[in-house]
Design a protein around this ligand. Structure first.
Ligand SMILES: [Zn+2]
Length: 412
């Protein structure tokens, strides 16, 4: 063995296990390994899980909060406009400096896979994309970064973007993004979705769109996205983030859409902390939470995942690139606080997110990639209660990061 993690508690199992790792793979998981390895980590009965997967993050915009004009009301329009003056001047070096900080923080918090959205539009043209492609190369040996070509200003309403999207795919973007609900007409939203599928099929890439990110029940691009995925044979290759409008539909229509999502095998990312800040801004009281039907979708058998989305950018002033914090927000906003629901919420940032990104060999079985977090508590409930970062982050069979918590109580 090259690395052994000892006394690991695994979800759903009694007692502890030793995890033996050879190279970048898990080799054995047994009650006790008698042999020794050059590197050993004592989990001391704490939980060991596969590393977190962040399936939706804007790394071109991260940390703009430090240098931008302050927000006044956090409407979607304001957040969008605050980005314009910065993305028109993005440089590869500037993006790398800000995004490196976010990636480092993400790793320390236990995440080793990121799906990064790069704005592609007439304002920033391909500046954001080129920055994130450089970021992907810089971190290639350490973490998984995939880049989404994301038309943040729309495609039909922002002339020239369709050509830029095509160029983005030629330059090496991994995923075709989309923002259909932001188009000015329903028919434009459909044209937007049609364009993205045509592009994705030509480059044989997956699709991840931000869909119906509004409390408006008339925003209905999600059902068209699902039907399109079925008709184009793209089941299992499409993700949709936010989908707040689904929560505003009547029950009959919502169930029709959820059936379609299941049939299309579309994964849904709910990023509740962002929605709490940006949605419900036109509500008086009671103010909606702005999230989609997380618990209903989960119970319906739809693959739900959850992501950091923003780190200190025009859309969100906080964010530690911390998927444990994201799970905590899910548990609170989606009313998922019972033991089985907390377990499910942890799947949203691990197994379900890995399934959405179609990451191979993800898990704790022998043969899986040795990408593991040794957490700071023995159960998922305690991990959320304490909100401490993983003690140890293993990636490709090597210790990539460690966290030590020192707290001292001074006697009176
Ligand atoms: Zn986003």
């Amino acid at each position: 063995m090259d690395l052994i993690i000892r006394h690991a508690h695994l979800r759903g199992q009694e007692g502890t296990r030793d995890i033996g790792i050879i190279g970048d793979r898990i080799s054995v998981v047994v009650e006790q390994l008698t042999e020794l390895a050059p590197t050993e980590v004592d989990a001391a009965g704490n939980l060991v899980m596969p590393t977190y997967v962040n399936g939706h993050i804007h790394l071109d915009k991260c940390h703009l909060q430090d240098i931008m004009r302050p927000n006044k009301d956090y409407t979607f329009t304001e957040c969008l406009e605050l980005t314009w003056e910065h993305k028109a001047r993005y440089t590869v070096e500037g993006i790398l400096e800000r995004a490196d900080r976010a990636i480092e923080e993400g790793i320390l918090n236990g995440t080793t896979a990121f799906r990064a959205f790069a704005d592609v539009d007439s304002i920033g043209t391909l500046r954001g994309l080129k920055g994130l492609l450089a970021l992907r190369e810089r971190w290639r040996d350490m973490v998984h970064i995939e880049v989404v070509a994301f038309p943040q200003e729309g495609i039909i309403r922002d002339p020239g973007t369709s050509d830029l999207m095509e160029e983005a795919m030629r330059l090496g973007a991994d995923v075709v993004g989309g923002l259909p609900w932001f188009e000015m007409l329903d028919e434009d939203a459909r044209t937007h979705i049609d364009f993205c599928f045509e592009l994705a099929k030509r480059y044989d890439k997956d699709i991840h769109m931000l869909v119906d990110d509004t409390d408006n029940p008339l925003s209905r691009s999600l059902e068209y996205l699902a039907v399109k995925a079925i008709r184009e044979g793209y089941q299992g290759r499409v993700s949709a983030s936010h989908c707040g409008a689904l929560a505003a539909y009547n029950e009959v229509h919502a169930h029709k859409v959820m059936d379609l999502l299941k049939q299309a095998n579309i994964s849904i990312s709910s990023n509740p902390h962002i929605s709490l800040v940006v949605q419900g801004r036109y509500d008086l009281e009671p103010i909606r939470r702005g999230i989609t039907r997380v618990k209903q979708l989960w119970r319906h058998g739809v693959n739900v995942f959850s992501s950091q989305d923003d780190v200190a950018d025009p859309f969100y002033p906080f964010g530690r690139n911390d998927q444990q914090e994201v799970v905590s927000y899910i548990c609170h906003t989606a009313h998922m606080a019972a033991p089985s629901e907390i377990e499910a919420a942890f799947d949203f940032v691990t197994y379900n997110a890995a399934r959405a990104l179609r990451l191979p060999e993800y898990g704790l079985e022998p043969g899986c990639k040795a990408d593991l977090n040794v957490l700071a508590a023995p159960t998922v409930r305690q991990v959320l209660r304490l909100q401490q970062p993983p003690r140890c982050v293993v990636r490709n069979g090597k210790v990539l990061a460690r966290n030590q918590l020192q707290r001292e109580f001074m006697s009176r």
